[in-house]
Design a protein around this ligand. Structure first.
Ligand code: SF4
Length: 180
């Protein structure tokens, strides 16, 4: 939904969701450098982004209240990108719920979703997407994203959206552009 905006990413360590196509497997373990929430918030503020994205790994494996409080003290807008596998903590201006079949969302997450983003890696994932969409509030933006290493998924999604116009196509543009 926020494609092309200046975003500062805070990637938190740890994930036990286990998506087979995960492109951030290095985030699964906890052996990464530690930083205080004050350090993280100051580093984000120094970049003057449009907003900060808190993601992972699976960020909700952590209590996000101290981090979001520190970011708010810096006057920053805060987005969350999560599989929803754990209950919500912290306070956010936007929540991207990207549910994964290997570990479905905690029921409390559905009502918090600003947008629903479902990765499509095989044709059966459209049924999964439909079931997930039935649980988010009306008006939630609904996005389908091709799995990067499944080229056929692009055509599947384009065809699906043509027949289901309440869904939108979501592309990992940073990969097309080579931006890390
Ligand atoms: Fe990777 Fe995200 Fe799936 Fe965790 S939830 S395995 S970080 S894609």
């Amino acid at each position: 939904m926020w494609l092309g905006c200046s975003a500062y990413f805070i990637r938190l360590a740890g994930c036990d969701v286990g998506c087979p196509w995960c492109d951030t497997k290095e985030s699964w373990h906890q052996r990464h450098p530690s930083h205080s929430v004050t350090q993280l918030a100051a580093a984000a503020q120094a970049e003057q982004p449009k907003f900060v994205v808190v993601t992972g790994g699976e960020p909700l494996m952590h209590d996000l209240a101290p981090l979001t409080q520190a970011l708010k003290r810096q006057g920053l807008r805060i987005h969350l990108e999560t599989s929803g596998a754990y209950p919500l903590s912290g306070s956010f201006d936007w929540v991207t719920l990207s549910p994964k079949r290997s570990k479905p969302p905690h029921p409390s997450l559905y009502g918090q979703a600003s947008e629903l983003k479902v990765v499509i890696a095989n044709p059966e994932d459209f049924d999964w997407a439909t079931a997930q969409a039935a649980q988010v509030p009306p008006g939630t933006v609904k996005l389908l994203q091709p799995e990067w290493n499944t080229p056929d998924s692009q055509a599947w999604i384009v065809d699906y959206v043509k027949h289901h116009p309440d869904w939108r196509v979501s592309l990992q543009t940073h990969k097309f552009l080579g931006v890390r």
